[in-house]
Design a protein around this ligand. Structure first.
Ligand code: ADP
Ligand code: MG
Length: 449
């Protein structure tokens, strides 16, 4: 495998594992510079991207690389103006567009919108017809038709795309309206930190000035009482002022666990629209439209094969298509069905293990509104000890980590501490229903990221 093909393969895999927007922002503009025996060197467009990729994606990338070439032990990134050959890039956009994308992402805190997601490139079929119609109506008359608009559906089926499209459309039609798109996760951390810094009143005041508030993945509020309470107040003010609220979730309001009754009934008070799975015909239409966007085509049989193999996730469908397109581009000929099958075998190889020790620690910390460093500290405070024990329990129970490993991960404690924690939580689980609920919530959260 040449170094270029290696990097292409890696990119295609990364693309399947992260959101489209993140991929476009962080990876489209990367290229492989060199491949030595144990190390590869990759150029990235600027130091911000370098830091981001190193902190967030280094591990994932390494895992993927190892699955391709086990000899490689290390990956380094350099900021470089290396001229990137077109064929090294999975989705070929102009350099300009790419840096704009980065710019936008940096400025995202203002509206949070990504211009890539519009109604124009959102494909409608019976599976998402209702959600689309409601979204469109809201964009035409924000605050006046369906409030709140609550859209739910499984992962990769277009919720974020649709929410963003609403935002972009309103921005276009009513540029004077103050608009904010935010994921519930970011909103939560905003609320938590402003409570800590005693700036929550200011935080709420700034959110009360918004005309259109779009909150993605609201199921994230499950079990977060304090955040729910503050959000309830923001919601009410906006609602009473006839400001538009749009929410998305991976399940309907009544199925979100540990959601305060008053919030649930608010969520149910407007319009609820679901997105289900696209049928075969629609999946083919989506593939064709996406190829057209990229100004290319693949053989009909290939569309059919992709659409019949990947049934439940549009993001994965797109990832597979990108890989096929890249294959055609690098070889300068149409791909055959046999070649597609071979390619796809790679794609459907066992998924990267998504749940890592790090993720567990992070998620437990978040769940209890703690910082990661608190959990791995030596603090004996009750609020910290319990979550720490829960993290230890999950590492053992779910990942079968060894006790010394667990102790090390949690800040270098003695392995007997880990054994004790596991035993204690196991026993408590027998009699404490709330603890069981907490653990379930944490687990749902971990399995969904
Ligand atoms: P979700 O938020 O539900 O997990 P996303 O909105 O992130 O899903 O969609 C995943 C990918 O699939 C995105 O790249 C998005 O553009 C694409 N996608 C989803 N639904 C559609 C659609 N109806 N038409 C075109 N692209 C879509
Ligand atoms: Mg989403």
């Amino acid at each position: 495998m040449t170094k270029e093909t290696l990097w292409q393969t890696i990119l295609a895999q990364i693309q399947l594992n992260i959101s489209e927007a993140n991929f476009a922002t962080w990876f489209k503009n990367t290229a492989i510079i060199s491949k030595e025996k144990e190390r590869i060197l990759v150029s990235v467009p600027n130091s911000f991207a370098k830091e981001w990729i190193e902190n967030k994606y280094r591990k994932t990338i390494l895992k993927i690389i190892r699955s391709q070439d086990p000899a490689i032990k290390k990956i380094d990134f350099v900021v470089g103006k290396t001229k990137i050959k077109k064929e090294n890039v999975v989705l070929t956009d102009s350099e300009n567009e790419r840096s704009e994308q980065l710019e936008l992402n940096l400025r995202q805190d203002k509206t949070g919108l990504n211009p890539r997601y519009t109604f124009e490139n959102f494909i409608v079929g019976s599976f998402n017809e209702l959600a689309h119609a409601a979204a469109w109506a809201v964009s035409e008359n924000p605050g006046l038709v369906y409030n709140p608009l609550f859209i739910y559906g499984k992962v990769g089926l277009g919720k974020t795309h649709l929410l963003q499209a609403i935002g972009n459309e309103i921005n276009k039609r009513f540029p004077q309206k103050r608009l904010k798109y935010i994921s519930a996760e970011i909103l939560t951390s905003g609320i938590v930190s402003s409570i800590k810094n005693r700036t929550i009143e200011k935080f709420k005041a700034s959110h009360r000035k918004i005309d259109v508030l779009i909150v993605d993945d609201i199921q994230f509020l499950a079990g977060k009482e304090k955040t729910q309470e503050e959000f309830f107040h923001i919601f009410n003010t906006l609602y009473q002022g006839q400001k538009q609220i749009v929410l998305s979730s991976d399940r309907p309001p009544k199925a979100i666990p540990a959601l305060a009754e008053r919030l649930r009934s608010r969520f149910e008070g407007g319009m609820i629209a679901d997105i289900s799975y696209p049928d075969l015909e629609t999946r083919i239409a989506i593939l064709k439209a996406k190829s057209q966007e990229k100004k290319t085509q693949v053989p009909d049989q290939v569309y059919e094969f992709l659409a019949s193999t990947i049934q439940t996730n549009i993001r994965e469908l797109e990832g597979a298509l990108n890989k096929v397109i890249l294959y055609q581009k690098t070889r300068n000929k149409k791909i055959s069905l046999t070649e597609t099958k071979a390619l796809l075998k790679e794609l459907t190889a066992p998924p990267l293990k998504k749940i890592t020790p790090q993720k567990i620690i992070q998620t437990v910390a978040e769940f209890y509104d703690l910082k990661e460093k608190d959990i791995i500290s030596n603090s004996r405070r009750k609020e910290v000890v319990k979550p720490r024990q829960i993290a230890m329990y999950l590492l053992r129970e779910k990942l079968q980590s060894s006790y010394p490993f667990i102790a090390r991960k949690l800040g270098g404690k003695d392995h007997t501490t880990a054994i004790y924690a596991f035993k204690k939580i196991s026993e408590e689980l027998e009699r404490d229903e709330n603890l069981e609920k907490d653990l379930n919530l944490i687990w749902i959260r971990l399995s969904n990221v």
